[in-house]
Design a protein around this ligand. Structure first.
Ligand code: BGC
Length: 268
């Protein structure tokens, strides 16, 4: 049975209906948080996550919103407050890929990825920070006035041909996160990122679903294992809890060593 290190806290996980977001929602729920499971289109996925959290004795609700749309973000936060009064933890997880060679990339593909992955993180973080500042620290719940975890990627530092929009969005998340962390630390608001490597989720299914593809992928992972969504869930619980209270403005790469320039293990 998981330790309830987040007992009584309210967590909002954007894009919580599948992949990493679903695993993070379940891990936070198992750690005692009440979880608002945001989804954009997959109501079924969100309901399944909510049911699983409830089956484990936790509390959760699904809330629809496209995080790139300001009015929908405001409505989602209002629904959060209607249900649970406040927010303690925001996991800015919603993200997507619209891959294309650079020269063929459409403005629509560019705007969609920047809109969800970067603007969406800004909009949700701004609303959460307003509430953290208004409410301040509640010592029974946490030493901090609030925590934000930005879901970044190894591609906040690893350039990625064929994915310029995605890499630009994650590079943007890195300095958004660090600048917010610097500005908001005096309010006792902690802001950090998780940088997942290759994790088995729908976003990258072709990269791991056949044995041949998985072998190719493992060349980029010194630890020789493709990650599971639960690997990210565990990291999120730690970053959201007071156990990481002195951690501010960093990216925790959870990537089996993907950021360690694996080609140099035998070259250079
Ligand atoms: C991407 C995945 C990719 C992984 C490692 C993630 O941020 O969404 O598609 O497999 O980075 O390259």
């Amino acid at each position: 049975m998981a330790e309830k290190v987040l007992e009584g806290q309210v967590a909002l996980v954007t894009g919580g209906s599948s992949g990493i977001g679903a695993a993070v929602s379940k891990a936070l729920g198992a750690a005692g948080a009440k979880v608002v499971v945001n989804y954009s289109r997959s109501v079924k996925g969100a309901q399944e996550v909510v049911e699983e959290i409830k089956a484990g004795g936790g509390e959760a609700i699904p809330v629809q919103a496209d995080v790139s749309q300001e009015d929908q973000v405001l409505a989602m936060f209002q629904q959060t407050y209607d249900a649970y009064e406040t927010i303690d933890i925001l996991v800015n997880n919603a993200g997507l890929q619209k891959d294309s060679s650079f020269v063929d990339m459409t403005l629509e593909q560019w705007n969609k990825v920047i809109g969800v992955n970067l603007t969406g993180q800004f909009l949700c973080a701004r609303e959460a920070v307003k509430e953290f500042i208004r409410r301040g620290v509640v010592p029974e719940r946490s030493i901090a006035a609030g925590k934000i975890i930005c879901m970044s990627s190894v591609h906040e530092i690893i350039p990625w041909a064929g994915h310029c929009n995605y890499a630009a969005s994650k590079g943007g998340v890195m300095l958004l996160m660090k600048s917010m962390a610097q500005e908001l630390a005096p309010y006792k608001i902690r802001i950090n990122s998780i940088g997942p490597g290759a994790i088995k989720t729908p976003i990258n299914r072709p990269a791991w679903e056949t044995p041949e593809a998985e072998q190719e992928l493992l060349k980029l992972i010194p630890y020789k294992r493709v990650g599971e969504p639960e690997d990210i869930g565990k990291a999120a619980v730690w970053l959201a809890s007071d156990r990481s209270d002195y951690v501010q403005g960093v990216t925790l790469f959870v990537d089996g060593g993907m950021t360690l320039y694996p080609e140099f293990a035998s070259g250079g």
